[in-house]
Design a protein. Structure first.
Length: 94
């Protein structure tokens, strides 16, 4: 099956690795199968308190099985959202 340019989708991709050095945000265009191209990208740091809490969780990983992590999940989500909003503003995608 052949797909044309009209079948391409552009999205914002977000990832954060286990090093927790920051949140990587980029523009990705793909047909969902074979064609992928990358646009602008940037990295944004976690807030110090979020990074500290993530590192504390890794140091005592058993907590992830025994404690609700609602506040930490919300903090990570908020940091990712802030990174996306900043990226959109810096790239003039508003």
């Amino acid at each position: 099956m052949t797909q044309g340019a009209a079948d391409m989708l552009t999205a914002i991709g977000v990832i954060s690795g286990t090093s927790m050095d920051g949140i990587d945000v980029s523009i990705v265009t793909s047909d969902g199968l074979d064609a992928v191209s990358f646009g602008a990208g940037a990295s944004y740091p976690y807030r110090p308190e979020t990074r500290r809490d993530l590192q504390a969780l890794i140091a005592n990983a058993e907590r992830a099985l025994t404690e609700p992590l609602t506040e930490l999940e919300a903090a990570v989500t908020a940091d990712h959202l802030a990174a996306i909003e900043r990226f959109i503003a810096e790239q003039g995608l508003d």
